[in-house]
Design a protein. Structure first.
Length: 173
């Protein structure tokens, strides 16, 4: 999904909502593009073994590395993991995604800015406890051409907008 924006054409930025269904949004030449990537592992059947749990991280790293090399962003904005998770696996995944993002950014000397989920929700909807549907609605109000249906993509769009606002004092029109 793509749309033209009022952001300056010289700023290149990437925003990520890290999860196994990872939302992303990028700004390049004044054009906002967004989507969702799913890094799942194959569960075994009678004749196959489960894929290694680390394969999700490997797939995400390959995808991110390619995107960073192609876009060459000035900055990467990300939702920073914090708080309590429903399970140990969810906690490990959240901090694993963040670690990979930080490592890729460090290798390419790209600045990284992380923001709390509540901060992003409050920026987008006025409430730090907004629900997924509220975030989708707010993203579609701001960028009607995108037709966002996925909460991870909506979150990434809001992370991008908040990051641009915080770092460059830019707002969308």
């Amino acid at each position: 999904m793509k749309t033209n924006t009022s952001y300056p054409k010289h700023i290149r930025a990437l925003a990520i909502d890290p999860a196994s269904r990872l939302g992303w949004a990028k700004l390049d030449n004044g054009i906002l593009e967004c989507g969702m990537q799913h890094f799942q592992r194959r569960k075994g059947r009678k004749t196959q073994e489960d894929e290694h749990v680390g394969i999700q991280f490997s797939r995400m790293e390959i995808w991110l590395w390619r995107l960073l090399k192609e876009l060459q962003p000035d900055v990467v904005f990300c939702e920073a993991p914090a708080g309590h998770y429903q399970s140990l696996v969810a906690s490990q995944m959240a901090f694993g995604w963040r670690s990979l993002i930080l490592a890729c950014c460090a290798r390419l000397s790209i600045p990284y800015e992380g923001y709390a989920a509540g901060t992003i929700k409050k920026y987008a909807t006025g409430s730090g406890k907004a629900e997924k549907d509220d975030m989708i609605h707010a993203a579609n109000q701001k960028f009607r051409d995108l037709g966002i249906e996925d909460d991870n993509t909506a979150d990434a769009v809001h992370i991008l907008c908040y990051g641009l606002s915080a770092k460059y004092q830019l707002e969308t029109l």
